[in-house]
Design a protein around this ligand. Structure first.
Ligand SMILES: [Zn+2]
Length: 287
């Protein structure tokens, strides 16, 4: 019997797996079609469809189902000149006929141009899930309880070390990364969180501690935050290595758990920051 693999799973299960990857992103790479330069589209559905004929057909049936079952917003009509084979949109025939011949292309085209909730044309990405386009009013309706970082820090007595992990105080995944979004609000970088996520985080950090203990903890951790000479830039910790680097404007960006353990933590070893971190971890019994 052949080894089980992704393609041997039942169709219903494959559809369920695909349902976690129905959005797509524009990548930083660009492709030139004719004289127009367009960003590449990164879409898991395309990648899966490119692996074998069977999975291509599964992706096709899944995207057809998506387009038809949400017809009230997609306004989708059956494709003319349908072909399961991928015909690049850059070919003369495809440009002339102005038809997209695969359901996956039709789905991605719709997702990239319309609000996923009301179907109106929209170029705006949803704040809390940037794989979808979403108009402003639907964003407010779908994610009503967003709070800014300032409100999160003040209301729940948290520090940026508690919110953005991994970092020197929490180098492991004991505290998982929190959902956040960064956007420009009148030229100012604004970070928002979902209120329920921050409430869970505050519970994890403070437990049943009273207000006084929470404030003391915040004060200690803010001292560590200042001593690390790190700052949050668009939701990520960036680390100023030395004064020369600061002058040159060189920032170091550590994002994975391994990087924190191997490189960044080594730089703090035997330093004042390291002592502060060790004391704080021992005090709160952090792993
Ligand atoms: Zn909308």
């Amino acid at each position: 019997m052949a080894e089980p693999n992704l393609a041997t799973l039942p169709i219903e299960l494959l559809h369920h797996i695909l349902s976690y990857s129905i959005g797509c992103r524009e990548t930083e790479e660009r492709a030139t079609i004719g004289t127009v330069s367009k960003p590449h589209i990164s879409c898991p559905l395309y990648n899966i469809a490119a692996t074998c004929r069977h999975l291509r057909d599964v992706v096709e049936s899944f995207t057809k189902h998506l387009l038809l079952s949400h017809r009230s917003v997609t306004k989708f009509k059956a494709l003319a000149n349908y072909s399961r084979k991928y015909i690049p949109v850059s070919t003369d025939a495809a440009i002339k006929s102005k038809t997209l011949r695969t359901y996956r292309c039709a789905w991605v085209k719709w997702v990239m141009r319309n609000c996923a909730f009301c179907g109106k044309a929209s170029t705006r990405r949803a704040l809390m899930d940037d794989t979808f386009h979403c108009c402003q009013s639907c964003d407010r309706k779908e994610w009503p309880d967003k709070i800014t970082m300032t409100v999160a820090l003040q209301t729940f007595n948290l520090t940026k070390l508690d919110l953005f992990t991994p970092n020197p105080l929490f180098p492991t995944t004991w505290i998982p990364p929190i959902r956040y979004a960064v956007y420009d609000c009148v030229g100012v970088e604004t970070t928002v969180f979902m209120k329920e996520d921050v409430e869970v985080r505050a519970k994890l950090i403070h437990g049943e501690d009273g207000l006084e203990d929470q404030k003391k903890r915040k004060k200690r951790r803010m001292k560590i935050e200042r001593a690390t000479k790190m700052r949050i830039l668009r939701g990520r910790w960036v680390f100023l290595a030395c004064n020369k680097d600061v002058e040159r404007g060189w920032w170091r960006n550590y994002t994975t758990e391994e990087e924190w353990e191997e490189r960044c933590h080594a730089e703090f070893r035997n330093s004042q920051v390291s002592k502060l971190i060790t004391a704080e971890r021992e005090r709160d019994g952090l792993r």
